[in-house]
Design a binder for this molecule. Sequence first.
Ligand code: TYM
Length: 398
Amino acid sequence: MAWVGIFGLSEPGEERDMREEEFIVTPWKVEGKVDYNKLVEKFGTEIISDELLERLIRDAGESSHLLRRRIFFSHRDLDKVLDDWEAGRGFFLYTGRGPSGPMHIGHIIPFYFTKWLQDRFKVNTYIQLTDDEKYLEEGRGLTLEETRKWAKENALDIAAVGFDPDRTFIFQDTEYIRNMYPLALKVARKINFSWVRAVFGFDAQTNIGMSFYPAIQIIPSLFEKRRCLIPCAIDQDPYWRIQRDISESLGFHKAAAIHSKFLPPLMGPTGKMSASDPESAIYLHEGKEDIRRKIWKAYSGGQPTLELHRKLGGNPEIDVAYQWLFYFFEPDDGKLGKIEEDYRSGKLLTGELKLILTEKVLKFLEEHQSRREEARELINLYMYDGELAREMWKKIHE
Ligand code: TYM
């Protein structure tokens, strides 16, 4: 398939090993060592400039390590979102999850960042669970009953993040479709098959549900007649590219987006964590022993022997434990800087670095899991009974 975001693969469908400089980024697959600068160029997004970063932090009234460290590094129209905000027109947030199984730590990062934005800007937030997409996606082999069940399970993890129940609507496509379908039809009529084929790499064998599906993922960006800001990893951007070409002709705003990099998988600094390799990720439901074991086995930037490590030091750039601290688990720049310095100098050993991360992950997941239990009581507020949820469901009878 001629996937957008493939660099160096010459022929559609061609099977061969990728060269080192090659990588693939699509909404369904990330492989190889991603060159984020090349990706920005290829997708036509923009790197967040220092000025824009400062402006966002100023408007938010607080900084976030996810921004400072450029984990969220690219955008579309973020400046326009801030124009709207500063002029009092406001904006809204939209993000989502494809419920194909349990969520891992990478999947939850965009939700924590979305919550941070919601807390700072006090805006409505829509969260789509695409049980339809994950059923249609070929190669997954999931039944519709399974993806619908995973949507409910994943909703608990998302609710555990702590969104404002009255400003948040979490919905699952197979339930909420009745409200979305009229608009989905209007969107679908504007997108022809050769366009989605070019953007997503569909071919003559792709099931027709997949070629309609992009219309469904676009709809929540049209839930309000204000600008929508979409926090997500950059793999989801192809949808927003189409959205931006059709939305104005339907009387809506072009969607804005803020894109993150991928939290690297445990076995090395390339690709994305994958359900097909459970050792590549830590799942939100996992217990202490699995967490300890997985981090202990993670790819390290340390030297092969203690003597060499003391002498030459470790390489944080390729060390997964350091990268996880950098991406998410050590928000304090001072503490992180010290860890980096000690690791580079050889003072901090690989095993010690892994233990620092292990403690952080254990604490984070213990808290997450207990908030997930509490969320069982709250989930109806997010999906059906909260102020925003009720307003959205009421639209069926309009
Ligand atoms: P899904 O379930 O593949 O991913 C959920 C969210 O997690 C991001 N992501 C990651 N972020 C950091 N590190 C990683 N290793 C990592 N892997 C995945 C994804 O970019 C996404 O933000 N089709 C979508 C569901 C969806 C959606 C949306 C996502 C529907 N509407 C709007 C974002 C915004 C999907 O299958 O996501």
